[in-house]
Design a protein around this ligand. Structure first.
Ligand code: NAP
Length: 449
């Protein structure tokens, strides 16, 4: 760590005033977790599970770019691993340098992103160090979390639902200078207030997955769940699934959570999810050895859901993709909705269309969240009505290891990464509220022990 970065870190830990933070020199370089363009072919020909983030992710210095007028420079206290960190680090489905090149062609400011390195990370909690000349609502010293919807608001298409903007990107995945670093560069319209009862690492894990699940379950842009609806949630203790469960419970719905081991089922039960299916214990095999889907297995799965809740799911929260989509479309209620934001197990999907059209079902695509949705989701965390799902914390140097765990489905909830925070447990500014919420805040960590 350079002496300038150390001074910034110490100032944040000492709680110095914003104007004093703003007076500290900004270093020319900072350390970050990055992949190198020169290595983007290193895994060519290997099966996905053998592509190892521990080999491709390097934690090293990168030059800090000049700040655009609508940007803030943030001292990152903590960040998190998302599945897009895995995608970047294994160069799938394509190396992210293609995204940086495209951004680089757009404008002078965009050109800063087209580098032979890609600093990853689409989540962060930290403190603003500098603001560009056009920023009105934020100041140095503000404690923030950062959402990853990266939109150029000069484009007219960004002014209804910004997720529909033709230039919409995910920060730290389709842009450079992401959150897994000591310093990050973000647009002002990515900033949100840090929840005061949370530590840096607890505050850092929410924005990407929490906002995604908010849009999918709550928002009119998603399924807009109503009271008493049954929602089938795949990967219910995972990054997006564990927030989806909380939204269904908060909104008076009935979650049916699918997981793959008894420990995960136990976390969900403590959260209040009454109906849990252990897919491994049940031994579902939706795809046969002949490479075709087995409709008898879809039926067995649907029967299990009916046994548990007495009816078919109104909404299916879908993201595993190829392995599960056929079953998801089949079990969804007549007139119901399968809402999907991913295809982790394969994006070429097969389902039996007769079950879709004859039963008037809808498949709806969803992607991250606009600023309003992300802000609302962050506000619910700040009010203690949605809890972080942090299960384990790594150091910045261990980013490759943490991404490896997510790649191999060995983690629960979310994994945090300490960037400038020297240890876990720091950053709480409302200890009384924290005390009231503590068992809920630490749910996922308690089940790790
Ligand atoms: P995660 O933390 O790895 O959780 C995924 C969960 O899916 C796992 O906990 C696992 O649960 C389950 N799963 C894995 N393989 C499965 C299979 N073959 N069949 C059924 N379930 C399976 O990841 P995440 O953060 O929740 O993200 C999930 C996906 O959504 C990723 O592809 C990610 O890139 C994507 N995503 C998209 C957006 C967007 O805005 N479009 C936002 C966030 C995430 P069990 O093994 O316990 O069943």
């Amino acid at each position: 760590m350079s002496s300038e970065i150390d001074a910034i870190r110490q100032a944040v830990l000492d709680g110095v005033r914003g104007e004093d933070l703003a007076a500290l020199p900004v270093p020319e370089a900072a350390r970050g977790a990055l992949v190198r363009a020169s290595e983007q072919e290193m895994f060519d020909g290997l099966p996905s599970e053998e592509k190892d983030p521990r080999k491709s992710v390097h934690v090293e210095e990168f030059p800090i770019p000049e700040l655009a007028p609508d940007e803030a420079l943030v001292a990152v206290m903590a960040s998190s691993i998302n599945f897009n960190t895995v995608w970047t680090s294994i160069f799938e489905p394509l190396p992210t340098f293609a995204f940086l090149k495209r951004l680089g062609r757009e404008s002078v400011w965009g050109a800063r992103h087209d580098q032979p390195f890609h600093v990853m990370g689409s989540d962060a909690a930290g403190v603003i160090l500098r603001t560009g000349s056009a920023i009105r609502m934020w100041r140095p010293g503000d404690e923030v979390t950062i959402h990853c919807n990266y939109v150029d608001d000069q484009d007219p298409s960004a002014h209804d639902d910004s997720m529909l903007a033709s230039n919409q990107r995910i920060w730290g995945f389709e842009s450079n200078y992401g959150g897994l670093a000591e310093l990050t560069v973000v647009k002002a319209n990515q900033l949100m207030p840090k929840p005061r009862q949370l530590t840096w690492e607890e505050a850092a894990v929410n924005a990407l997955t929490n906002s995604t699940s908010y849009r999918m379950i709550v928002s009119p842009n998603g399924a807009q769940m109503t009271q008493d609806q049954v929602v089938l949630i795949w990967g219910a203790s995972g990054g997006i699934g564990a927030y989806a469960c909380q939204y269904v419970l908060n909104g008076g719905g009935i979650p049916v959570g699918v997981v793959s081991n008894p420990q995960r089922a136990a976390v969900l039960r403590e959260m209040g999810v009454e109906h849990v299916i252990d897919r491994k214990a049940e031994g579902y095999r939706f795809w046969g050895d002949d490479g075709r889907q087995d409709q008898a297995e879809w039926r067995r799965f649907g029967k299990k859901i009916r046994e548990l809740v007495g009816r078919d799911p109104d909404i299916v929260f879908e993201h595993p993709g190829r392995q599960t989509m056929g079953a998801s479309v089949f079990v969804c209620k007549r007139g119901g909705m399968v809402i999907t934001c991913a295809a982790t197990s394969g994006y070429t999907i097969e389902y039996d269309n007769r079950y879709l059209w004859m039963n008037l079902k809808t498949i709806k695509g969803s992607h991250f969240a606009n600023y309003r949705e992300a802000y609302a989701a962050n506000q619910l965390v700040a009010e203690g009505r949605i809890q972080p799902t942090l299960s384990k914390t790594f150091t910045l140097d261990e980013t490759g290891e943490a991404a490896y765990e997510v790649h191999h489905n060995r983690h629960e909830g979310k994994l945090g990464v300490l960037c400038l925070a020297p240890e876990p447990g720091l950053g709480v500014s409302d200890p009384q509220r924290r005390e009231e919420l503590l068992p809920k805040i630490t749910l996922f960590r308690r089940h790790q022990d």
